[in-house]
Design a protein around this ligand. Structure first.
Ligand code: HEC
Length: 108
């Protein structure tokens, strides 16, 4: 009996986790589509036309170099900009957090 209850509780916990992750990633994807996709492409690999126009190498957001950055640094890149990328001012702090969550899902 106790064992069965434990299994039920474990199942609820395991089911709940991806759901909460998903909620953030979904919000993050919406914000990404709106504020980042034009330059970074839907998969984060970069829009070649933008890279060419800005004469910059657009590193894929899923690459290990970008993924190695801590969340705080990716947030800073977004809000303050980096190199030829200007800071994105249109995102509220919770949106920045969701976008970072989404960027984590692009990891190759
Ligand atoms: C107007 C085009 C543009 C938009 C919009 C844009 N970026 Fe960028 N982003 C760039 C460019 C260009 C670079 C490379 C900058 C450089 O190396 O000089 C860059 C770099 C980055 C980097 C650092 C990558 C690295 O190589 O370390 C991150 C992280 C990033 N962008 C995330 C985002 C996110 C998330 C958004 C949306 C909130 C976004 N960017 C919106 C153009 C853009």
């Amino acid at each position: 009996m106790a064992k069965r209850r434990f299994i039920a509780a474990a199942a609820i916990i395991m089911l709940g986790m991806p759901l909460t992750l998903k909620a953030d990633a979904v919000a993050g994807k919406a914000a990404f589509d709106k504020s980042c996709k034009s330059c970074h492409a839907v998969d984060g690999k970069g829009n070649p036309a933008i890279a060419k126009a800005l004469k910059v190498e657009l590193r894929p957001l899923g690459s290990k170099e970008v993924q190695a950055k801590p969340d705080a640094e990716i947030s800073k890149n977004i809000t303050e900009g980096i190199g030829k990328m200007k800071g994105i001012k249109s995102l509220a702090a919770p949106d920045v957090k969701s976008v970072v969550e989404y960027v984590r899902t692009l990891k190759n």
